[in-house]
Design a protein around this ligand. Structure first.
Ligand SMILES: Nc1ncnc2c1ncn2[C@@H]1O[C@H](COP(=O)(O)OP(=O)(O)OP(=O)(O)O)[C@@H](O)[C@H]1O
Ligand code: NI
Length: 312
């Protein structure tokens, strides 16, 4: 790992998943991604739907689909997750890397009460929890103790999301990956979740916030990485990159916010199937010639991809 303060680091990470039903064709959700996630900070990964954000979350947990091929590394707690054995991964998951998954409700066991699922999960990771501990955890996400006696189908999607957040945070993971943690929540609960993520960063976790919501990223994150078609096009301090962006894709995402007139990004999202290695998908989408140069510095800790001539 390059620095003691790095909680997780992606190094030259590429991932390809077999395209279902078509031999020898591949989906490329990550291409040549190098990205640090600093301990004590929240890093947002933003980008349109389908650009590969959730696949990165699964990769960090060692949960890529069968048949997936990877190159490069994902260093988490000094282990390369991509090279780890299943027993090493069992040690990494939970207290090394905690994942708050997209659609959390489907991750609770349907035939067991929420309290027993929480108690079992905590015990597996070495935290024996009494009912009073479960009640306390539920209160941290503003759920009452009685929620422990309910079954998943008896609570709303937002409540299930809060249960998963309480459970994941209770393990105090070194790296906390939250995949769209607020998309199913009302504004008050979303603010509560953002406070939880900040608390986790303050105790030293490297927090990864995956979201398509730039307003949420700007409100919550210290650093941001802007992803398009499996590549990082811009990365830097959130207050810089999401206020004075250097890449035209980041500008296009910001233009789509209500405050900026809801102008959708031009063209249609690029396919991730067998992309041309020497063509930049974003600039191809907008009809500008660009050879997809690697990231270069435009300011302190602020990196941007693409030929400068290609930037609109
Ligand atoms: N198990 C899988 N098998 C085949 N392709 C997959 C699999 N999982 C993801 N993909 C493909 O990888 C690409 C990236 O998907 P991913 O879910 O990571 O996007 P995302 O940026 O998280 O989008 P969203 O915001 O909609 O969740 C998509 O083209 C998707 O179809
Ligand atoms: Ni480009």
């Amino acid at each position: 790992m390059s620095s003691a303060a790095t909680g997780m680091e992606l190094v030259d990470l590429s991932i390809r998943i077999p395209l279902p039903g078509t031999p020898r064709r591949w989906v490329y959700p990550a291409r040549d991604i190098s990205l640090p996630f600093h301990a004590g900070s929240i890093t947002a990964i933003v980008g349109e739907s389908g650009c590969g954000k959730s696949v990165l979350a699964l990769a960090a947990m060692g949960l890529l689909p069968a048949g997936t091929q990877t190159s490069g590394s994902i260093f988490a707690r000094d282990i390369d997750v991509l090279a780890a054995t299943e027993s090493e991964l069992r040690n990494v998951r939970g207290r090394g890397v905690g994942l708050i998954p997209q659609s959390a409700a489907t991750h609770l066991t349907p035939v067991r009460t929420i309290g027993s699922t929480m108690a079992e999960s905590l015990a597996i990771h070495g935290f024996p929890a009494r009912p009073i501990d479960i009640a306390h955890l539920l209160r941290t996400v503003e759920l009452d103790a009685e929620t422990a006696r309910r079954y998943p189908h008896e609570v709303s999607g937002g409540m299930a999301q809060r249960v998963l957040i309480a459970l994941t945070c209770a393990l105090e993971p070194t790296i906390l990956v939250a995949d769209e943690p607020t998309s199913a929540l009302d504004a008050d609960t979303a603010a509560l979740v953002r406070r939880q993520l900040r608390d986790q960063a303050n105790r030293g976790a490297a927090v990864v916030l995956i979201t398509h919501d730039l307003v949420a990223a700007r409100a919550a994150a210290d650093h941001v990485a802007v992803m398009y078609a499996g590549q990082i096009l811009e990365t830097g301090p959130a207050r810089v990159a999401l206020r004075a962006p250097a890449h035209d894709y980041t500008r296009a995402l910001l233009a789509a916010l209500p405050e900026n007139g809801l102008i959708p990004p031009p063209g249609t999202p690029s396919s991730l199937v067998d992309p041309h290695p020497a063509v930049c998908p974003w600039h191809q989408r907008v009809g500008v010639s660009c050879s997809a140069a690697s990231l270069s510095a435009v300011g302190a800790d602020h990196l941007v991809a693409c030929d400068s001539a290609a930037r609109c």
